[in-house]
Design a protein around this ligand. Structure first.
Ligand code: ADP
Ligand code: MG
Length: 702
């Protein structure tokens, strides 16, 4: 039976045996034939091309050569002991070297036999050599067998030492694949195979490991990647369906006085089309009887706050309380101040609750929340505490969601007394949409993709530390024009002491260059007490100080429209999304704004690309794409929980388009058959079950 074969223990595969089996299990989590078949190459080398030795002119890439060997000898002693041989073809010669495994390799090298050699040339003493090449007689080689493409597998040192290097794994795969004969069941319904022109699963597996040719390899990879992404999407969408069925949504069906009054009399500007669209999306959701769990993505400065406010008023109009949660005290305070001002003449009651709220005030707030006299509470994590109880919480806004975990979200949910409150999560860290859909599979997504009119794009430049005096000159100019300036220093936990010193040194040199009484300089960092921080922050907000020296505490949300210049020190130490967030602190007023990225003279390739990207574009989504390419999805928040890190063959950075296809196919399938009851879809039911099992297996290894 098909099943039995795939579940056979790996020990029983020819060429494996108990010792190697033990290692395969321990190092790679490969327990069965099926597991091994699921272990795909990470790249393929084209062995159809053989190069003349004389054509080697760089130590760039791996290369395949063909020739006879001579002068086989062992040189040196003890640690410098090495085996060398000369490989010669009609164009020239090159030295081959082995430092390890000499005792195994030496006897296999025969003079005057023709070999195929594969390896990476390196230049040493003005000559090229190849150390630890793969080598085998032409007659055994893939070239002779007319196989062009060979998969390269990740392996470990321990496995390599037992003969399971990249090629060793290829050999056992080949062995296993050659036994396949209707052993791998199809997992996709015939109608999908047909529509997307997918090859059968077994054929795909065979060709992924031992490609017949380039074309079949591409078909195999397409089929397998599609399948993987498709099942992931299908399972996410199914979960969401089940969840929305389970949760009854509170219904906000009135657009009442508060909303209208604010919209007509107090809204200080015309909404952008994107803002209008998103408000509509939210209104439709909260009026539908479904529970809303929505992610609002919008670049810094795109105007998410007013969307939150209007929809909060909608909740209040329907008799509910609302809360807005922010990740830092500064940001919560700023939201509170901003909202209070906008609502000043509206008779909506609003309070602020943070870690530093005094007991007496805190008690008052608790009471107001419990008796329902408070409409809006703005705050930090303090809002999650068990002591905070509401009379009828109906709507929760969470700003900058990447700082909050799923667990915290659900704690807020639990505070609803008449049902689960609707949730709007706002983030300014845009991630590519397809990825967002997968990461936050349980959320719906709205995007504000338009900035309010009249914004001038921020001009960004990159300067080396050596240009510091000029940069100071520029700071002076901006201040003379009446503008304010941020100077930001990195503060990374691992090197906190050094960073703190850098910050203080920087602060001192700024104060020396911009002395009192002509200039006032604020400083804000994480080691300051909350009230001291707040005091300094407020001085800057009110325009009493012209320069704000700070660590990344200002990263999130702070709004000072008169600030027109952001200088980021040691910019190479920040990630792209963080740089983008920081830059978003300027460009909020009508004036031309600037961002200067200061770095040392030595930059890594990555560092250079990050600076270039920042200089080139202000578009958060474009920056997010580059970030994703540089860091891979593994570093993105949320990827761990989502199952994306366990992808076997698909790769989110490269296969985004395919992800999109997989997503829409999954949507389509569920639209027609939400419970997957149609006989055609029974394969899908089984596939989802299998997916649940693999998830468990993964937790077993990591
Ligand atoms: P973010 O999306 O980064 O949270 P904010 O909500 O803080 O952005 O808005 C940034 C600034 O833009 C604020 O000063 C806000 O008053 C202003 N703003 C928001 N929407 C509009 C609009 N439609 N027209 C003009 N200004 C707007
Ligand atoms: Mg904001």
């Amino acid at each position: 039976m098909a099943d039995q074969f795939l579940h056979t223990e790996i020990d029983f595969l020819k060429g494996v045996g108990p010792k190697r089996a033990e290692l395969l299990k321990k190092e790679l989590g490969i327990y069965t034939f099926g597991d091994l078949l699921n272990y795909y190459p990470f790249r393929y080398i084209d062995k159809s091309k053989v190069y003349p030795i004389a054509s080697i002119n760089s130590d760039a890439a791996h290369i395949q050569l063909r020739g006879r060997i001579s002068n086989i000898q062992t040189l040196g002693h003890a640690r410098s002991k090495r085996l060398v041989a000369m490989l010669t073809d009609s164009s020239g010669e090159i030295e081959l070297v082995w430092f390890k495994g000499i005792k195994w390799i030496a006897p296999t090298l025969k003079p005057n036999v023709e070999y195929i050699v594969f390896g990476k040339p390196t230049r040493f003493n003005n000559r090229y050599n190849i150390s630890h090449p793969e080598i085998e007689p032409v007659e055994n080689s893939l070239v002779a067998n007319q196989i062009d493409l060979q998969g390269v597998y990740f392996t470990s040192e321990k496995l390599s030492s037992k003969g399971l290097n990249a090629k060793g794994i290829f050999k056992i795969q080949k062995n296993l694949v050659s036994q396949l004969h209707n052993h791998i069941p199809e997992t996709l319904p015939a109608y999908l195979l047909e529509r997307l022109k997918l090859i059968p699963r077994e054929v795909a597996v065979i060709n992924a490991h031992t490609p017949q040719d380039e074309q079949m390899l591409q078909k195999a990879l397409f089929r397998l990647k599609f399948e993987e992404l498709f099942f992931l999407q299908l399972s996410l969408l199914r979960q969401k369906l089940i969840q929305t069925k389970k949760l009854k949504g509170l219904v906000f069906d009135q657009v009442g006085n508060r909303f209208n009054e604010f919209y007509e009399n107090y809204l200080p500007f015309e909404l952008t089309n994107a803002q209008k669209r998103v408000i509509k999306e939210i209104r439709k959701d909260v009026g539908s009887g479904h529970h809303m769990n929505r992610l609002l993505q919008g670049d810094v400065g795109s105007g998410k706050t007013v969307v939150a406010l209007l929809t909060m008023l909608l909740a209040i109009d329907n008799g509910f309380q609302t809360c807005m949660m922010a990740p830092t005290e500064i940001l919560a305070t700023q939201h509170y101040e901003g909202l209070k001002e906008l609502l000043a003449d509206m008779g909506v009651s609003i309070r602020l609750l943070t870690g530093s709220t005094k007991t007496a005030e805190r008690n008052e707030i608790h009471e107001g929340l419990e008796n329902g006299s408070l409409d809006i509470i703005v705050g930090t994590h303090a809002l999650i505490e068990d002591k905070v109880q509401f009379r009828n919480l109906g709507y929760v806004v969470v700003d900058e969601q990447h700082r909050f975990g799923v667990a915290q979200r659900s704690k807020l949910w639990a505070k609803g007394t008449q049902g689960v409150p609707h949730v709007l999560v706002m983030t300014a860290t845009p991630i590519p949409r397809t990825l967002a859909m997968t990461l936050y599979g349980d959320l719906d997504i709205s995007v504000i993709d338009e900035l309010p009119p009249g914004r001038k794009p921020i001009t960004t430049s990159h300067r080396y530390d050596s240009a510091r005096l000029k940069v100071f000159g520029f700071i002076e100019q901006e201040i003379k024009k009446g503008r304010q300036v941020y100077i930001v220093y990195p503060l990374i936990q691992e090197s906190e002491k050094m960073d703190y010193k850098d910050l203080m040194d920087g602060y001192e040199s700024i104060v020396r260059r911009f002395p009192i009484p002509d200039y006032q300089v604020s400083i804000v960092h994480g080691q300051m007490k909350a009230d001291a921080k707040d005091y300094e922050m407020q001085r800057f907000v009110k325009g009493e100080t012209q320069i704000m020296v700070a660590t990344t505490v200002i990263e999130v949300g702070v709004n000072v429209p008169n600030a027109s210049l952001m200088v980021i020190e040691s910019a190479e130490r920040f990630g792209l999304s963080q740089l983008h967030q920081l830059r978003g602190r300027v460009g909020r007023g009508a004036e031309q704004s600037y961002c200067i990225l200061m770095t040392g003279n030595k930059l890594s390739e990555d560092g250079k690309l990050r600076m270039e990207t920042m200089v080139r574009t202000n578009d958060g989504f474009e920056i997010a794409e580059v970030d994703l390419k540089l860091r891979g999805p593994g570093d993105l928040q949320g990827t761990q929980q989502s199952g994306l890190m366990n992808l076997n063959i698909a790769d989110l950075t490269r296969d985004q388009q395919l992800l999109q296809v997989a997503r829409s196919e999954a949507v389509e399938v569920l639209k027609k058959d939400p419970d997957l009851q149609h006989p055609d879809n029974q394969r899908l039911v089984m596939g989802l079950q299998a997916l649940r099992k693999t998830k468990k297996n993964w937790s077993r290894i990591s």
